[in-house]
Design a protein around this ligand. Sequence first.
Ligand SMILES: Cc1cc2nc3c(=O)[nH]c(=O)nc-3n(C[C@H](O)[C@H](O)[C@H](O)COP(=O)(O)OP(=O)(O)OC[C@H]3O[C@@H](n4cnc5c(N)ncnc54)[C@H](O)[C@@H]3O)c2cc1C
Length: 420
Amino acid sequence: MPSPMERPFPGRERTNKMPNVSLNESGPSTDCHVAVIGAGPYGLSAAAYLQDAGLGVKVFGEPMAFWSERMPRGMLLRSPRVASNIADPRAALTLEAYEAATGTQPVAPVPLSTFVSYGRWFQQQLEASLVRTPVVNVARAHSAFRLTLKDGVTLTSRRVVVAAGIGAFRRRPEAFARLAPSHLSHCYEGRQIADFRGKRVAVVGAGQSALESAALLHEAGAEVEVIARLPALRWIGQHSWLHGLGPLSSLLYSKHDVGPVGISRLVAYPNVLFRFPLSVRDKVRTRAVRPAGAPWLVDRLASVKVTTGQTIAAADSVGKEARLRLQDGSERRVDHVLLGTGYRVDVSRYEFLSTSLLATIRQRDGSPVLAVGFRSSVPGLHFIGAAAARSFGPLLYFVAGTEFASQALSSHILENPLNG
Ligand SMILES: Cc1cc2nc3c(=O)[nH]c(=O)nc-3n(C[C@H](O)[C@H](O)[C@H](O)COP(=O)(O)OP(=O)(O)OC[C@H]3O[C@@H](n4cnc5c(N)ncnc54)[C@H](O)[C@@H]3O)c2cc1C
């Protein structure tokens, strides 16, 4: 069997805080012990913990591809600095450590370009093998998994950790189905903001992606209108005084700052939230990540037209224009429609999961049903990141969740050998 292209990583010195164990799992011999699909914050963090535990890990994918290719240039991170660390078991590869190592000026909010470079630097510190070629198929092979890469190479692994992010889950509401492809894009694709200079752009949505894209488009010289279903735009941090109460504030909000007062504390304990009934978890999740913009966008959007309380009833392309009909009967003619309509987890949209494997993954409305250790109903198959948010709560949507996810995943794998 040909071996995939690999690039050896510069090693970093081991300390002896964690045992370098080898797992005593019986079963077929495989090319690696754990295959991690996706080299974003979750995949890289998981690899750091798993390699530290002495497991043979391969990470698949271009490091930080989603952040470098799919987010608008000039974007600022919404998460605070302290919640923007990609976790590693020794807390040695923090954002601060990256800045110190590279002479990067620490600033808040964190610029996208800094975060992308930080993630790539993090990856370079790992010993785990990186295979940049994407995985196109994962299938069960006896009691292991067979992975096929885009270049046709195949390899086997005892376990697979899916850390493939949200790119596959972008939502395109049905109302836009009749627009010509050239008239429509999702924020996921809208990175080349400068291309819209002088163009009329309708941005649909009221979340951070939509609002930040609208601000960047406006600043790039586009004529922008934000159209949102909400009765009014919401802004994060409306009660900023609650953050300035010293020790009392830390009782109200966790350092991750995901969710409003009180809920923020609960969200910080995914293993506690996991034990709540699904209906409660769903309520907490929905409340914690409801559409809202970061406070620094308020001024930047001050001269942008915003229409709230309106849904798009119909959309079609008329010659060179996109025509939108709003619920109130009014019409808009624009050059382009940018959807900031978010993402909805549906693992069947991970095209690399074979049909037969997908059929054996227990799901609820598209989310995999997960147990402790992020394990799915298929032995040896784990999901981390946004795909795990329905089970472990909204922290898993954010970089701040990497610490919990990687710790829980690696402990579970070490303590629960697969047999057979
Ligand atoms: C506009 C925007 C702004 C955001 N801002 C923040 C923020 O400020 N702070 C924050 O914490 N979160 C933010 N998020 C959420 C952010 O997406 C997640 O925090 C983060 O990306 C989760 O990391 P991940 O590793 O799960 O996913 P990703 O970063 O998406 O990484 C997954 C990777 O897997 C790769 N992949 C997918 N399929 C395959 C395959 N078959 N083979 C190989 N590789 C594959 C993808 O290309 C991708 O690079 C933001 C999201 C958006 C859309």
